[in-house]
Design a binder for this molecule. Structure first.
Ligand code: NAD
Length: 510
């Protein structure tokens, strides 16, 4: 991987993550660098620059210039770039998995899944020739046809979170670029190296120089880019407060915006569900990736007699082990940072003080030999009430809240009143219950006997209430609509069909 050793502006003797600026990977001239710490060990291993505002402007201009040429490249050629990129990503799957694991601490299966789900989006972007087909109606008036064409818009900005360093950047720039745009990626400053590696591979696959830029930073860099007049649209994935800020700022600049934000996902367990399958799926969805998935299950709603399964849930969670990414016995990795751990420990403490019953407390989890890691073991609360802070806030850790209700309608009412609406699921053997849930629940992604219902890239990814702001064409097939403009052309092809029309006569009436 490209790193710049010991440059003056960075931390001496530490790897400094480069920018992809203009046509090359290069160190930033910034005086502001942040240390990157391995979540599993607490050891610093690299540092990331907060790019200067001049570098951000250079990045946008480089992407703009490259896009002016790229927009005219034949669409099958754009599709071929994506095919080569998908092949290269597959070749590098093992190395990318390891890099994701280093940056996030995810166990191997989670890290591999992160990369693989991104590859699926690149494969989908390779079908851009189909996705960008317009529509035609012949003879809308005598000798006149109307058809729509779909065209790229310019330079898009992508702002991504820490929890899927491969998948989420790959949700964005391959589709935007396949559509004929340029792209500036601002990955999470907590996991910037995977983004740099993805960009290196994209260049190796033949991406023209300048088209993709990778800049690093935090709030100041995002704010500068959001104001940039040459950025035509913004894709954001991250927390609710930042998503709201990005949506407000970018839409005030009259940019096209989509912000996929935070979550509090519920699983409803009906008494007619198969207990072993439901409990197994539940604990995996609650604690996998240490609960740091926007589609993690953080609340289980036990309906009627399913309340009797609380002890089995506690036992299944107790069996889960935190550990290093390459430990085959490990079920979950660490939290991303010491700050994230302190915030969640405070929430756990608060939950106890609010009167929730803590049945399993992972606050003191340890992994032998790695005391500096940001470990938090599976944690389970029962008797949680809707007004509690534990329930109102996104926790983003392996903490499961248990609530009990008497009927499916009561469960649906509870979930629909929650401020988030990203994902949810129901476990039941009744088709009627599942269909009722599917129809009445007000949430973007719904699982039926499926715990984490993330759709494949040819479906849309949405979110209700606080979980999504802006244009809903976030992902997959619909994303082409986000990254393009439609133009409707009405044409008479042969001059000898021309008719003389009066000034007040619509040509289409003829
Ligand atoms: P975050 O909101 O802290 O950061 C996301 C991005 O915004 C980063 O690139 C960060 O540098 C930037 N940023 C941070 N503060 C900013 C500010 N004040 N102004 C402008 N930009 C700022 O999110 P995170 O902690 O990296 O990721 C976890 C969050 O992402 C969770 O809330 C999770 O639910 C959410 N998420 C949602 C989805 C989804 O599809 N809905 C997917 C993954 C993650």
């Amino acid at each position: 991987m490209l790193v710049c050793m010991g440059i003056q502006q960075g931390i001496p003797n530490m790897q400094n993550v480069p920018l992809l600026l203009e046509s090359s990977f290069q160190p930033s001239e910034s005086a502001d660098y942040r240390e990157l710490v391995q979540p599993a060990t607490g050891e610093p291993y690299a540092c990331v620059p907060m790019a200067t505002l001049a570098e951000l402007d250079r990045a946008v201009e480089a992407a703009r210039q490259a896009q002016l040429l790229w927009r005219d490249i034949a669409i099958p050629e754009r599709a071929r770039l994506m095919m080569r990129y998908a092949a290269l990503l597959k070749e590098q799957l093992g190395a990318l998995t390891e890099l994701v694991a280093l940056e996030t601490g995810k166990v191997e299966a989670d890290a591999r899944g992160d990369v693989w789900r991104g590859i699926e989006v690149v494969e989908h972007a390779a079908s851009v020739t189909q996705l960008m087909m317009g529509e035609t109606v012949e003879n809308v008036a005598r000798g006149i046809d109307t058809y729509s064409i779909i065209q790229p818009m310019g330079v898009f900005l992508g702002i991504t979170p820490f929890n899927f360093p491969a998948m989420i950047p790959l949700w964005m720039f391959p589709l935007a670029i396949a559509c004929g745009n340029g792209f500036v990626l601002k990955p999470s400053e907590q996991v910037p190296q995977t983004a740099v590696r993805l960009a290196e591979l994209f260049l190796a696959a033949g991406c023209p120089q300048g088209l993709l830029q990778v800049v690093h930073g935090g709030a100041a860099q995002v704010d500068h880019l959001l104001q940039h007049t040459q950025i035509v649209g913004v894709s954001f994935v991250g927390s609710v407060p930042v998503g709201q800020h990005v949506y407000r700022t970018a839409s005030a600049q009259l940019k096209r915006v989509q912000c996929m934000a935070g979550a509090k996902n519920h699983m409803v367990v009906m008494p007619d569900a198969a207990p072993a399958q439901a409990i197994n799926a539940l604990v995996g969805a609650a604690c996998g990736a240490a609960g740091q998935r926007c589609m993690a299950i953080s609340v289980v709603v036990l309906v009627g007699a399913a309340s009797n399964w609380l002890e089995s849930i506690r036992a299944a969670m107790t069996a889960l082990r935190p550990g290093l990414w390459n430990d085959p016995q490990a079920d979950l990795g660490p939290l991303i940072s010491a700050q994230a751990k302190s915030r969640i420990l405070a929430l756990i403490q608060h939950g106890k003080e609010e009167g929730a019953r803590c049945l399993l407390d992972g606050s003191n989890a340890e992994v032998a030999g790695h005391a500096g890691g940001h470990w938090l073991g599976p944690t389970l609360f029962a008797d949680v009430r809707p007004e509690m802070r534990l329930y109102q806030e996104e926790i983003f850790g392996p903490v499961l809240l248990c609530m009990q209700v008497q009927s499916l309608d009561e469960a649906i009412e509870l979930i629909n009143a929650n401020p988030f609406g990203n994902g949810c699921s129901i476990f039941t053997s009744s088709g009627a219950s599942a269909r009722h849930f599917q129809n009445r629940i007000q949430v973007g992604q719904v699982g039926i006997n499926v715990p984490v219902p993330v759709p494949l890239p040819f479906f849309s990814f949405t979110g209700w209430r606080k979980s999504f702001y802006g244009d809903l064409h976030a992902y997959g097939k619909q994303a082409v609509r986000f990254y393009t403009e439609t133009k409707t052309v009405t044409a008479r092809w042969f001059e000898d069909d021309a008719q003389v029309v009066g000034p007040n006569t619509s040509i289409l009436l003829k």
